[in-house]
Design a protein around this ligand. Structure first.
Ligand SMILES: *[C@@H]1O[C@H](CO)[C@@H](O)[C@H](O)[C@H]1NC(C)=O
Ligand SMILES: *[C@@H]1O[C@H](CO)[C@@H](O)[C@H](O)[C@H]1NC(C)=O
Ligand SMILES: *[C@@H]1O[C@H](CO)[C@@H](O)[C@H](O)[C@H]1NC(C)=O
Length: 204
């Protein structure tokens, strides 16, 4: 009886140790396998220019001020575009000014140094005419747009059909590169998969 009690005790102790250990492993596992792909998808970054259909020039972020009068290859027209998730949600930052394009609740387009708010997230829409529009993720139906003098339009006065909200993504010096997007996505998917398949010694 004593022996079996001892065995029972031993079993309990080792079971509880084991479960403690494996739950710790499991926690790491979850963290590593959920956080990493997520980080990756948040960190998709591309650099391009946005050519405005109305001005024939490029969106430039000067700081708080944003207009669509930037020259091709101008340093304020270089945009760092961060994709938030796998979808089409983007944050757009000026490479030089490090300000994000945001739209406030009045529909005003402003540059801000901190782009974390939903007001600084836009959803890309690919239009039938091959232009791209950027609609506010926070204020439905309010588009990023610029009038003929290159000044930003109030979001509340925009619709998807207006030329003022039509853009083309362009590499510096005018090269339109529609394949860029596809290539980028493919590479990212492969990278994610590779990460996931990477041998994991503690995996059980
Ligand atoms: C998870 O990642 C951390 C930090 O990169 C690493 O130290 C740990 O060994 C990983 N754990 C597992 C189970 O992969
Ligand atoms: C849009 O682009 C596609 C593929 O390049 C082309 O076939 C189509 O004619 C274009 N549409 C317009 C309206 O320009
Ligand atoms: C463009 O917008 C600015 C600022 O709102 C305004 O002063 C100007 O008159 C507008 N220009 C045109 C051509 O609509």
């Amino acid at each position: 009886v004593f022996l079996s009690f001892f065995l029972f005790l031993h079993l309990c102790v080792s079971l509880s140790l084991e479960s403690q250990q494996s739950s710790a492993d499991f926690r790491f596992y979850i963290e590593n396998h959920t956080r990493n792909p997520d980080d990756l998808s948040r960190k998709q970054v591309r650099i391009y220019q946005l050519y405005s259909r109305t001005t024939g020039k490029h969106v430039q972020i000067l700081g708080k001020k944003i207009n669509a009068n930037g020259d091709d290859g101008g340093k304020y027209a270089l945009l760092v575009v961060e994709t938030e998730t796998f979808g089409s949600h983007v944050r757009i930052k000026g490479k030089e000014s490090e300000h994000y394009i945001c739209m406030n609740k009045k529909g005003k387009v402003v540059g801000r140094p901190d782009g974390r708010k939903q007001e600084c997230v836009f959803i890309e829409e690919f239009l039938e005419n091959n232009y791209t529009a950027l609609v506010s993720a926070k204020y439905k139906g309010w588009y990023l747009g610029f009038n003929r003098t290159g000044q930003p339009k109030k979001g509340s006065r925009t619709t998807q059909r207006q030329q003022e909200v039509h853009f083309m993504k362009r590499q510096p010096m005018g090269r339109v590169d529609p394949l860029e997007e596809f290539r980028f996505t493919t590479v990212t998917k492969r990278t994610r998969r590779a990460r996931r398949l990477k041998p994991n010694p503690k995996k059980n």
